[in-house]
Design a protein around this ligand. Structure first.
Ligand SMILES: [Zn+2]
Length: 277
């Protein structure tokens, strides 16, 4: 379904989207978080092609007019991009553009429409436009999917986040060491290290504090789990083997949960509860 370069570098995202398409369980709205906007655009285009290819069911043929137009980002119906207006002073998405989009969505179409917002932070999507848009995202018309792209999750409107599935676009690393080298793991914060709460209350407080830290630092939950491993595995192996085993088992479990896109908050709460002594 997806081209090799996406498959190699973003295997989890590819697997997740492939499953959703094959099972007919594509969400109405996705938020893609990642620094590489070209990669997000690539994923968006492939989705639009898969959903609109004239020849093949699930693999873009790259030959038909739909595939070709989408590739050139010139398909007026199958891939609709809503960008900020460079002419306006604040460089925001104009409310008129949103109105126009909603009018288009009210008409029926032979195409499966992918609506792509390459700049989805509050800065670009002002509140009046957001309000107008939200109802449509909530009650998405048939054969329509919204894709919001942004560098961080923090400045996307909460109401959009709660109506969407979040997908992190982070390049795959083969080992923890590789992740550290590529700066995908931030090891600086001491608050991250002490990971065995003493009681239930302590554990919930820790989970809350950690979740806030992750949000504030815009750390991906997987990176956070990796940093816990990096900081604690070696010292614990010699100092306290029981704690080492406990941490190893539960970090692995938490990691698998994030791979199935379970909510970060729940993963962290579960983790600290199971690490409580
Ligand atoms: Zn095609």
């Amino acid at each position: 379904m997806f081209p090799n370069n996406l498959q190699t570098n973003y295997p989890e995202v590819v697997k997740f989207l492939t499953n959703a398409i094959l099972k007919g369980q594509l969400a109405n709205s996705y938020v893609f978080i990642g620094k590489d906007s070209d990669v997000i655009l690539k994923f968006t285009k492939v989705l639009a092609k898969i959903l609109n290819c004239k020849k093949n069911k699930n693999i873009p043929c790259e030959q038909c007019t739909n595939c070709k137009w989408i590739e050139r980002n010139e398909h007026p119906q199958a891939l609709i991009t809503v960008s900020p207006d460079p002419e306006s002073k604040k460089e925001q998405i104009k409310i008129d553009n949103i109105r126009e989009l909603l009018n288009t969505l009210n008409t029926t179409s032979e195409y499966f429409r992918v609506i792509y917002f390459p700049s989805s932070s509050l800065q670009f999507l002002p509140s009046d436009s957001c309000n107008l848009l939200l109802k449509t995202v909530e009650e998405t018309p048939e054969r329509t999917v919204f894709i919001f792209a942004n560098q961080s999750r923090n400045d996307i409107l909460g109401t959009i986040l709660s109506r969407s599935q979040t997908i992190y676009i982070n390049q795959k690393c083969n080992s923890i060491q590789e992740s550290i080298k590529s700066n995908q793991i931030n090891l600086s914060n001491d608050d991250f290290t002490e990971c065995f709460p003493k009681n239930l209350k302590d554990s919930l407080e820790k989970a809350k504090k950690t979740y806030e830290l992750i949000q504030k630092n815009e750390t991906n939950i997987k990176d956070y789990l990796m940093s816990l491993a990096v900081q604690n595995y070696d010292p614990l192996k010699y100092k306290n083997q029981k704690q080492y085993c406990l941490l190893y088992t539960n970090l692995t479990r938490a990691y698998l949960k994030t791979k199935s896109f379970m909510q970060s908050k729940i993963v962290i709460e579960d983790l600290f509860l199971s690490l409580t002594q």
